[in-house]
Design a protein around this ligand. Structure first.
Ligand SMILES: Cc1ncc(COP(=O)(O)O)c(C=O)c1O
Length: 352
């Protein structure tokens, strides 16, 4: 196996599309369909999504950044702000999209394990009522989080109760919501019950560029048709986005894919447990392993394997991210784990 053929552990975005998604696209390709979502396939899949989530409305968009911007856009007036974890994808990895497009300030909080808590949210409320300060109105959390951890249902409940009591709306970045539901063994509706608006990621789950914004009540959803068009996320050939979600919903494929990718991450963590030089930076709950390794181990692995160096820790260590996908096989994991184990011996020091 050459390194070009090796499975990438760089991102779940490195995986291709699931064959069932491609089959559904081919099926949706037959004949004409009215554009911009006014077609039976889009209407049918939208209704199925609403039923899964217990939601008032669902809207397809092309990408996760757009879903976040559009979802938060339903909640905010121009002087209102979003409380989020400092480590949030929204804050660190979306090129300031929310700040530019919505013009809203992000009030960021260092959040251990990538998770906000009521106390951390409360720490950002001091400026309320002060006209010199952006006014906190929305809270953004990611489920699963940026570091592969998952909020428990109790943690979600505590946050949502705090938000409701504090006149804050809760937005959930669900780029990996499927992985969170698989980990918690709960329904999408169980997760959605705590949110006002969520995204539901298709792309990382086997689609090829389709996400959904799920809106839990009618008044919040009212602006979305206009906002989605104005912000350039209204697909003319919408049936092809709907078809991808249709395939993921059929027979619970979204859940099977998420369970599988989570299981592959757990297998990888098990396969390297106890290896000298290695420790986990975060618990493995979804489909990512955040492993700390010595720099010489990282350099050796990088010769043959694709993964992400997340952060340079203390002088001699790096935090790496190894991500699995719906199509990662046990053999892929075992080969990568063996390569990691092989880096354990300290490199020989030159003898003078
Ligand atoms: C948690 C999370 N949210 C949002 C996104 C953004 O998705 P996209 O790259 O499709 O804009 C990503 C992408 O990696 C992500 O990991």
């Amino acid at each position: 196996v050459t390194s070009a053929q090796r499975k990438s552990f760089g991102s779940d975005n490195h995986a291709g599309a699931h064959p069932a998604v491609l089959t559904a696209l081919t099926a949706a390709n037959i004949g004409d369909a009215t554009a911009y979502g006014d077609d039976p396939l889009t209407e049918g899949v939208t209704a199925r999504l609403c039923a899964e989530f217990g939601a008032a409305a669902a809207f397809f968009v092309f990408g996760g950044t757009a879903a976040n911007v559009l979802g938060l856009g339903l909640m905010l007036r121009p002087f209102e702000a979003v409380i989020c974890a400092e480590s949030a994808h929204l804050n660190g990895d979306e090129c300031g999209a929310a700040e530019r497009v919505l013009g809203s300030k992000l009030l960021t909080v260092p959040a251990p394990g990538g998770k906000l808590t009521p106390a951390l949210i409360a720490s950002q409320l001091a400026g309320r009522g002060n006209s010199h300060r952006a006014q906190p109105r929305a809270v953004e959390i990611a489920q699963a989080t940026e570091v592969g951890t998952v909020y428990t249902l109790d943690e979600l409940r505590a946050i949502s109760e705090f938000c409701r009591a504090s006149e804050l709306l809760l937005y959930v970045d669900g780029a990996r919501l499927a992985n969170a539901a698989a980990y918690l063994d709960c329904t999408l509706a169980d997760l959605a019950a705590h949110a006002d608006v969520l995204s539901f990621g298709g792309t990382k789950n086997g689609a090829m560029g389709a996400e959904a914004v799920i809106v839990m009540n009618e008044p919040l959803a009212a602006a979305m048709p206009f906002q989605r068009m104005q912000l350039m996320q209204l697909a003319s050939k919408m049936r092809f986005l709907a078809a991808q979600f249709g395939a993921l919903l059929d027979g619970g494929l979204w859940l099977a894919n998420a369970r599988h990718s989570n299981a592959m991450a757990a297998r990888l963590a098990d396969g390297v447990a106890g290896v000298p030089g290695f420790r986990l930076a975060h618990p493995v709950e979804a489909n990512a392993v955040f492993g700390v390794l010595r720099r010489d181990q990282v350099r050796a692995l990088q010769q043959d394997w694709n993964f992400h160096v997340w952060a340079e820790e203390a002088a001699e260590e790096s935090v790496t991210r190894w991500m699995t996908a719906f199509d990662t096989t046990p053999a892929d994991v075992d080969a990568f784990a063996a390569a990691i184990r092989a880096t354990a011996p300290l490199p020989r020091q030159p003898v003078f």
